[in-house]
Design a protein around this ligand. Structure first.
Ligand code: UD1
Length: 361
């Protein structure tokens, strides 16, 4: 029986592993796999971790490395030291990593040096912006990967250009969208929805936590003002990532239409997104979800590793400096936003395709 270490460390990882774990532990495959679920502990708050496990029905991890926060080097090093000990005591056949966070890179490095095959879900996407830690994690992880699972055909083409063998690339679709489609009927309004007087289609959602956007309290305050004005006073719900909490201006200096809330659990967050007039974000994963939910998305970045969300989806890059913000909001308020279509194979079955491909290795 093949033994697989499934690694998850940060919030977006939990959303991605839900459907993979379900498929790997499905009775159709269970004689084929023994899965060891390893939580690195990169995210550890109830809001950032436990709530996702509970809502998405992810079972208890077999192992929690409990590494917590730190600088990038501290975090990667702590995961490496802890995971190396696990593998030394009981090696696995395959290390299955997802996405582009520090946990993804750290586990891949350890596994590859222990001569264990690495499989990477969401392989081959590139922003070509090395100022983003996630881009470094993506490139370095793919350099070590034996089996690539891709969300788009273009990601596979990138991997071919980088010299990887076509036979190692499996175009499977998008596990984040598996989870979205599986849970869509369960999305539910957060309690503040009614108490803040929100109504469907008449508020927007803001998420912002990338270092480039939130480093510096003064700059963050200027950005929040600019965004609140650009959205012409409609309520703007801002679930605040822990790294941003301490940089927020005092309530008296906050734009009046800004509603600051805790990081939201999965079902509540996606309820907010599904019913929003628009989403403003510096996340990558959220641009995929807004594409499938057909909600206008304004990305506060200069580039994206997910070009399909711009080409066929509902996403527009307005720039990290927001140079394109006014043109975008003009189109939005005039009702001229393009209706998106769903990229190929984003159909809810990516987890099953990954399990089938692993079965066939
Ligand atoms: C990480 C990912 C990013 C992803 C994001 C989603 C990397 C390089 N980045 O960034 O790609 O979009 O997760 O949330 O892996 N903290 C808490 N509680 C937690 C987790 C973090 O308080 O449960 C605080 C800590 O003070 C920490 C800071 O948030 O220093 C940043 O956390 P970290 O895991 O380093 O990176 P993220 O910004 O969350």
């Amino acid at each position: 029986m093949k033994s697989i270490d499934l690694i998850a460390g940060a919030r977006p990882n939990f959303v991605k592993i839900a459907s993979i774990l379900a498929a790997l532990e499905n009775s159709a495959f269970s004689p084929g796999f023994h899965v060891r679920l390893i939580h690195t502990g990169q995210h550890y708050d109830r809001n950032m971790s436990d709530a996702f496990f509970a809502q998405l029905g992810i079972r208890e991890p077999d192992i929690n490395l409990g590494v917590g926060s730190g600088t990038h080097a501290e975090q990667v090093a702590a995961i490496m030291v802890a995971y190396e000990k696990i593998l030394a005591a009981a090696p696995s056949d395959i290390c299955l990593v997802v996405g582009d966070v520090n946990s993804t890179l750290a586990a891949s490095l350890v596994a590859k040096k222990a001569v264990i095959e690495v499989a990477h879900v969401e392989a081959g996407i590139r922003s070509f912006d090395l100022s983003m830690p996630e881009e470094i994690n993506r490139m370095a992880t793919d350099a070590l990967t034996d089996h690539f699972f891709t969300t788009t055909r273009s990601a596979g083409e990138t991997l071919i250009k980088e010299g990887h063998d076509q036979r190692s690339i499996h175009f499977v679709g998008n596990t984040m969208i598996d989870t979205l489609l599986r849970n869509r009927s369960r999305f539910r309004a957060p309690t503040f929805f009614a108490s803040c007087g929100l109504t469907a289609g008449r508020y927007c959602v803001l998420t912002m936590h990338r270092p480039a956007n939130v480093d510096g309290a003064k700059a963050l305050q200027r950005k929040l003002r600019r965004l609140a004005t650009a959205m012409r006073g409609i309520p703007m719900v801002f679930p605040v990532h822990p790294r941003v909490r301490n940089l927020l201006p005092p309530a008296s200096e906050m734009p009046a239409n800004l509603i600051i809330v805790e990081p939201q659990p999965y079902l509540e967050f996606n309820y907010l997104v599904e019913h929003a007039f628009a989403v403003l974000t510096d996340s990558g994963g959220i641009t995929e979800e807004t594409t499938v939910l057909n909600v206008p998305c304004l990305t506060l970045r200069d580039n994206t590793e997910r070009p399909e969300t711009v080409e066929v989806g509902t996403n527009v890059l307005v720039g990290a400096d927001m140079a394109g913000l006014d043109a975008a909001t003009d189109a939005l308020f005039a009702g001229r936003w393009r209706s998106g279509s769903v990229p190929e194979l984003w159909d809810g079955k990516a987890g099953q395709r990954i399990a089938s491909a692993l079965h066939g290795l």
